[in-house]
Design a protein around this ligand. Structure first.
Ligand code: APR
Length: 166
């Protein structure tokens, strides 16, 4: 079962949180910036050492000062109008993150809304893709959380989780 929470991903005491990063794994704004601020400078050293991370792939670091034990850094697609394989790359970003979590033996995992901020992926379309994948994997985790940060996304996920089609 998928849990929906509106708030700050960095506060969650789960085994792993997923970061919506860039290919350089060099920190940034949005959820990436929040994660790096909360984890401390050791995270940047660790993540940069694992770069580049092409869109659709994922890399694992410790969580350092975060309550989460690990950070799974994935890179979503930059929205370019929908004709540049964006859906497939977003799908791969979620799948790669889940595969990393399973390899780690993580039992609890939390995701942000990958690509829907600075990368401009339409929120509703991204949520439908994310939920399709997460619902298929939900039984492998004791806790699988989607953390929204904007009421818009909370409404979209709540509607989809209630079974409505986008
Ligand atoms: N907790 C949870 N979600 C958050 C938080 C937070 N603390 N801060 C922002 N968000 C949400 C945004 O509201 C958005 O819905 O994360 C979602 C993803 O937005 P971005 O962080 O902008 O990520 P993305 O669109 O994938 O763009 C990635 O932005 O920060 C840079 O380095 C990052 O270059 C990369 C790009």
């Amino acid at each position: 079962m998928i849990e929906l929470l509106e708030g700050d991903l960095t506060t969650l005491a789960v085994d792993a949180i997923v970061n919506a990063a860039n290919s350089a794994l060099g920190g940034g704004g949005g959820v990436d910036g929040a994660i790096h601020r909360a984890a401390g400078p050791a995270l940047l050293r660790a993540s940069r050492a694992l770069a580049p991370c092409p869109p659709g792939e994922a890399r694992v670091t410790p969580g350092f000062l975060l309550p989460a034990r690990w950070v799974i850094h994935t890179v979503g697609p930059i929205w370019q109008g929908g004709m540049a394989d964006e859906d497939a790359v977003l799908t791969r970003a979620y799948r790669s993150s889940l595969a990393c979590a399973e390899e780690l033996g993580a039992k609890s995992l939390a995701f942000p809304c990958i690509s829907t901020g600075a990368y401009g992926f339409p929120a509703e379309r991204a949520a439908a893709i994310a939920l399709g994948i997460l619902q298929a994997h939900g039984d492998r985790f004791a806790r699988l959380v989607v953390v929204t940060h904007q009421p818009r996304d909370t409404r979209i996920y709540a509607r989809l989780l209630a079974g409505e089609r986008p």
